[in-house]
Write a protein that binds this ligand. Structure first.
Ligand SMILES: NC(=O)c1ccc[n+]([C@@H]2O[C@H](COP(=O)([O-])OP(=O)(O)OC[C@H]3O[C@@H](n4cnc5c(N)ncnc54)[C@H](O)[C@@H]3O)[C@@H](O)[C@H]2O)c1
Ligand SMILES: [Zn+2]
Length: 345
């Protein structure tokens, strides 16, 4: 399956299927014909998996959320320089969303930019992170606050790689596909009846369509942040913690929160909140927030969200589907958080 991402700057395809990592040489011949070195930056946690057989200069790098730092970008850039890598060469990012986000920053900055091909190996990566050109690393002030819009030269979603993905990560990634399904206003029963490939294809196609229309998030692309304002605020408090929720788990909490807020603002019926909650619960995704969350810190992270310009801004459902809603009353937002924390006791 091939889904085009028709961004004006650099159109490319997302290819999905078993064994599609073998298309890398053909893609390089087409998109980076002058490359002399193929540098495979792979999450070290998966570098020795049997399917991890991509040929080139293989450099295992730290993966996971804590690897998304500017210090790590500098370390990898120094390594590339020592090995004589130039911007005519090509990077292959192999790993989950943390790895493609991180390698995206390296590719955007090293020698002012070089091509990167993404080979996402998680559900979150295939359905979301590896597509659309948002790259990013974290700083203490928040997640993904340093980054660029830099499109990959191609995305190869090799379903073989998912064979080793832990169940918790596979489930967490499901939350991004659920998000897309809800944005499209599709009935939840249809999601449960659909095969994995169909849910993945729907998420990729929706993201491709939205990104092509609004590459730099001037308008509609912000809709993909449905559930994410709270998710990022939760994740930011757990950067290094062993009990840190997965990104998708935080998104699941954020979806319930966003619908509750929408209902309290009169934008939707309270039955919508129950439907979303039941749907996520049925999938075994979390529907309450951690009870030890720091409420004030959560609010402060949400005020600093990238969508916001001063006030509290969320993507909320309504009679016209999802919309960006700005300047929401703080007491209302706190009230929803308190309810979800109370429910987790
Ligand atoms: N740029 C974007 O548009 C965008 C969109 C969504 C999410 N993200 C980012 O993506 C990240 C979350 O994605 P993720 O859940 O893929 O995170 P991740 O990269 O941290 O991967 C999750 C875990 O799975 C392991 N793993 C990866 N592939 C594996 C495989 N095939 N087999 C076994 N283990 C494997 C990793 O080592 C890691 O421990 C967050 O940093 C989030 O901010 C970015
Ligand atoms: Zn996400």
């Amino acid at each position: 399956m091939k889904i085009p991402v028709a961004v004006p700057t650099q159109p490319y395809d997302v290819v999905v299927g078993r064994g599609v990592r073998r298309e890398i040489p053909a893609l390089i011949a087409e998109r980076a014909p002058r490359a002399r070195q193929v540098v495979v930056l792979v999450d070290e946690a998966i570098a020795s998996q049997p399917w991890c057989d991509i040929e080139g200069l293989v450099i295992p790098i730290a993966g996971g959320e804590s690897s998304k730092s500017l210090a790590h970008v500098e370390q990898v850039a120094n390594d590339l320089s020592r090995r004589g890598v130039t911007r005519q060469d090509v990077l292959i990012a192999v790993g989950g969303g943390a790895t493609t986000d991180f390698v995206g920053v390296v590719a955007a900055l090293y020698q002012r930019g070089m091509p990167v091909i993404n080979v996402p190996t998680t559900v979150a990566g295939m359905s979301d992170a590896a597509i659309g050109g948002k790259t990013g690393v974290n700083i203490a002030a928040g997640k993904n606050l340093l980054g660029t819009f830099t499109q990959p030269a191609g995305v190869l979603c090799d379903l073989d790689t998912l064979s080793t993905l832990p169940a918790r990560d596979a489930l967490a990634g499901e939350a991004e596909m659920v998000k897309c399904w809800l944005i499209s206003q599709r009935p939840t029963a249809g999601y449960l009846a659909a095969a994995f490939e169909e849910r993945l294809e729907h998420a990729i196609a929706l993201k491709a369509q939205i990104v092509a229309a609004d590459e730099r998030e001037g308008s509609t692309r912000a809709l993909l942040n449905y559930g994410h304002t709270l998710a990022h605020a939760i994740e930011a408090q757990f950067f290094e913690g062993v009990d840190a929720p997965r990104h998708g788990e935080a998104v699941s909490m954020g979806l319930v929160f966003a619908d509750m807020l929408a209902a309290r603002l009169g934008r939707c019926d309270s039955s919508r909140v129950e439907e979303t909650r039941e749907f996520l619960r049925h999938l075994n995704l979390p529907v309450t927030v951690p009870r030890h969350l720091d409420l004030n810190e959560t609010m402060s992270f949400m005020y600093r969200d990238k969508k916001a310009h001063g006030g509290l801004t969320f993507v909320l459902t309504g009679s016209n589907g999802c919309e960006v809603v700005a300047d929401i009353n703080e007491t209302l937002v706190r009230g929803c958080l308190e309810t979800l924390m109370e429910e987790s006791r």
